[in-house]
Design a protein around this ligand. Structure first.
Ligand code: OFO
Length: 168
């Protein structure tokens, strides 16, 4: 029988993934409005990925005979000083998600819930990849600073990356 403390944290994580999804959708809207077409596409796809992350936990809770409780989604930030500011916020959000996943893993181990621990391993590697990706975008944006040409090139690179991911 799964411990209530783990069910509670899985539920919180599911809603956190929902919050991330809505934040990335809102970020995509800002990028599109500001003419950063590649970033808008990239973030919209990322929104869909976060919805899948949310659904994985939803399905896991259903599989173990628990009822997922969908909480109200937090109103996301909708105004950003710049593209770098937006991606820094994105990267920080991913670091928070990783921390929460690590806390969940720790709890699962403490409670000897090896099946939940195993389920969470997918998130551990996913977070590693996501942090790496967002960190590299922030680094590129830092390099180009406020140069319009540089911003155009980073945006174009995100468009290409998005297309490459979608082809696979
Ligand atoms: Fe990118 O956060 Fe989900 O897991």
């Amino acid at each position: 029988m799964i411990k209530n403390s783990i069910v509670k944290k899985l539920n919180q994580q599911m809603n956190l993934e929902f919050d991330s999804a809505s934040l990335y959708l809102q970020m995509s809207a800002w990028c599109s409005y500001k003419g950063f077409e590649g970033s808008a596409m990239f973030l919209k796809r990322h929104f869909q990925e976060e919805m899948q992350h949310m659904q994985r936990i939803f399905d896991y809770l259903c599989d173990i005979n628990q009822q997922p409780i969908v909480d109200s989604v937090k109103k996301p930030h909708n105004n950003f000083e710049s593209l770098i500011h937006l991606f820094e916020k994105n990267y920080n959000n991913e670091k928070i998600i990783s921390m929460k996943i690590n806390d969940l893993c720790e709890l699962a181990l403490t409670e000897k819930d090896f099946s939940t621990f195993e389920f969470l391993q997918w998130y551990v590697s996913e977070q590693h990849e996501e942090e790496k990706l967002f960190k590299s975008i922030v680094a590129k944006l830092n390099l180009v600073g406020s140069s319009s040409e540089g911003l155009f090139l980073v945006d174009k690179e995100l468009k290409n990356l998005n297309e490459k991911i979608e082809r696979h």
